[in-house]
Every structure is written in C-alpha cells, then in structure tokens.
Design a protein around this ligand. Structure first.
Ligand code: ATP
Length: 242
C-alpha cells in the first residue's frame, strides 16, 4: 500500500483544460471518492494518476517520489497502480484465468506455473474459484467486472483506481462488485473511485471530493459533505443525485 499526493495537477486537451491545479492527498489504506457531473474531469484525473495521460503541470507523488517527471519510464510505475474501467475489456478468446495471467506474464515475466497458485488464490478470495476456467461470455457482467478487478490485483498494485466500475452493470449486479470494494477496503487497500454510487461513498469513503469543471470545489468526510455542503454548486449537485 502506498500514499499518493497530487500537487497542482493540470491537464488540457487542446484549449480544453480538464484538470485545473488539483491538490489531493490519499493516505495509505484510505478510500477516496471523486464525485461530480459528467465531464467534470474524474476519469481524466484517474488516467493522469495512472500515467495513461501526461500532465501539463503539477506533480504526482507516490510515497513521496515524483512519478510524473517527464522522461521517466511509465511502465514500472504503472504496474504499481491498478486501474479498472467501466468496460471490463476482457479478451473473449481467453478464459478468466488466462486474462488475469496475461499482464503478470508479459510485464513481470512470470511463468504460468509460477502464477497458477496465486491466481487461483485470488479467484477464491473473491468467490470466483468455480469460474476461473470460464470464458467471458459464460460470465455475468458482475462476474466479468470482478475478474477485471482480479486482473488488476494480480499485478500486486500498491494503490487501486476505479473509474465508474458499476455504471455499465444491470442494477441487480452492482452489489456483488461493490462487495469486492468493501472487501478491499477491509484489507487496507489504498483506493480512489470515480463513482455515482452515493450511498456507497457515504458508507465507506474516508473522504469525498466534489469535482466541478476540473477543480476540487469541496472535499471532506462523507458525513460532513453530504449533510452540510458549503458550496452552492456542491449543494445543487447533491440535490440532484441523492
Ligand atoms: N482523450 C481526450 N481528448 C480530448 N478531450 C478529452 C479526452 N478525454 C477527455 N476529454 C474531455 O475532458 C473532459 C472531462 O472528461 P472526463 O471523462 O474526465 O469527465 P468525467 O467527469 O469522468 O465524466 P463522466 O462522468 O461522463 O465519465 C470532457 O470535456 C471530455 O470531452
């Protein structure tokens, strides 16, 4: 597990500035939820943290070390930061277990034999032991998303990012995916979630950040932010979604 600090993170696409000087600290073992309207910059911020997007200004510190310095090889850093997206993106011609083994084999150079036991243990830990040899189209959306989370965990990341991971699921499948996050929270994983699941954020987040037009307009523990937002725009957003 690791600590993450963002200092003045700024990101533009052409003349569209999507992240405007974002400061954010996530301590080891904390769960931080990013909330905000569509287009407020939540996904872009997560992609910047994972170094999928280069930032234009500011710094991203992982355990105090600047990982956003231009010229650094992003690959080994990215392996320390897991990310899961709304779309599961599992390869359809590979079983769940083969999907999970792919990155540890390619990126970490591990053999199938070496991965057999830890991958089986991961599937069992998240109650999918019976499904590891199934192909994605033999799994429900909730199971596929849980496999996508296991795939990220197989790289033994120190921090996990989740980008609207329940948004594409039928409502009855959302619970089983949120249960995985609950379990990771209990195990002490450091996590940042972009989410529209307000009840979940209220239940489990250490801190909720309200993003508005690329800025963190307001942040705080959920019990404070949800019940007593200070900013009119936060209030208006919460009125719409709660
Ligand atoms: N690769 C890209 N190229 C150009 N513009 C982009 C790119 N990615 C995102 N944007 C723009 O950045 C802005 C913020 O998008 P982003 O997806 O980060 O918002 P979001 O808060 O995650 O929204 P949502 O809840 O809909 O996912 C939008 O105006 C979007 O069009």
């Amino acid at each position: 597990m690791a600590k993450l600090d963002l200092k003045g993170v700024t990101k533009s696409f052409g003349d569209n500035t999507v992240c405007r000087g974002i400061d954010l600290s996530v301590n080891e073992g904390e769960m931080v939820c990013l909330i905000g309207a569509s287009g407020s910059g939540k996904s872009t911020l997560l992609r910047c943290i994972n170094l999928l997007e280069p930032i234009d200004d500011g710094r991203i510190l992982l355990d105090g070390v600047d990982i956003s310095e231009p010229g650094l090889n992003p690959q080994p850093i990215r392996a320390r930061i897991g990310i899961v997206f709304q779309s599961f993106n599992l390869f359809p011609h590979m079983t769940a277990a083969e999907n999970v083994m792919l990155a540890p084999r390619r990126v970490l150079g591990k053999s199938r034999d070496a991965l057999d036991a830890p991958v089986k243990a991961l599937f069992e830990r998240f109650d999918l032991g019976q499904r590891m040899n199934h192909y994605p189209d033999q799994l429900s959306g909730g199971q596929q998303q849980r496999v996508a989370i296991i795939r990220a965990l197989a790289m033994q990341p120190e921090i996990m990012l989740f980008d609207e991971i329940t948004s594409a699921l039928d409502p009855e499948l959302v619970g089983e995916v949120l249960d995985v996050l609950r379990q990771l929270r209990t195990e002490g994983m450091t996590m940042i979630l972009a989410t529209h699941e307000m009840a979940f954020a209220r239940e489990l987040a250490d801190k909720v950040c309200f993003l508005d037009a690329g800025r963190i307009l307001e942040e705080g523990p959920p019990e404070t932010l949800f019940s007593d937002p200070k900013e009119p725009r936060t209030r208006a957003f919460l009125k719409r979604v709660l």
